[in-house]
Design a protein around this ligand. Structure first.
Ligand SMILES: [Cu+2]
Length: 134
């Protein structure tokens, strides 16, 4: 009887691990954690690969207007392994609410998250951008 219960518990375990991830899947419509901004993220290449990557970002406020003059910081993080990347991404502003990030260096394949912190007009919020790195 005890063996049967243990076997059933094991059989149920994979279902527990399939909870939806608390991050966006549609990178064209991502809302920041506190709802202050929305953004479209386009990785280059797509899907991202191990090594050097870039990211186009179109940033809008809660009303859908382009956000210019924002300060962005991007931190790559691999949650499954608890490590980041030794390289600090650089972000340039293109105008019209568009930004371009370079030096996003994924040091290994797997599931990564980019935390994109945005500060604009005294408002600060963060996006979490999922990356399945090949
Ligand atoms: Cu890793």
């Amino acid at each position: 009887m005890t063996k049967l219960v243990a076997a059933l518990a094991l059989a149920v375990l994979p279902a527990c691990g399939s909870d939806p991830e608390p991050v966006a899947r549609d990178l064209a419509h991502v809302t920041s954690g506190k709802g202050q901004f929305s953004a479209a993220f386009t990785p280059h290449p797509d899907p991202p690969t191990t090594g050097d990557n870039a990211l186009d970002i179109t940033l809008r406020d809660a009303h859908g207007s382009p956000v210019e003059g924002a300060t962005l910081q991007i931190e790559p993080w691999m949650p499954g392994h608890g490590h980041g990347s030794p390289v600090v991404p650089e972000i340039g502003e293109l105008g019209g609410g568009s930004y371009h990030a370079t030096q996003i260096d994924f040091i290994m394949p797997g599931y990564w998250e980019l935390t994109v912190a945005v500060t604009a007009h005294d408002v600060r919020d963060e996006f979490v951008v999922p990356c399945d790195v090949k």
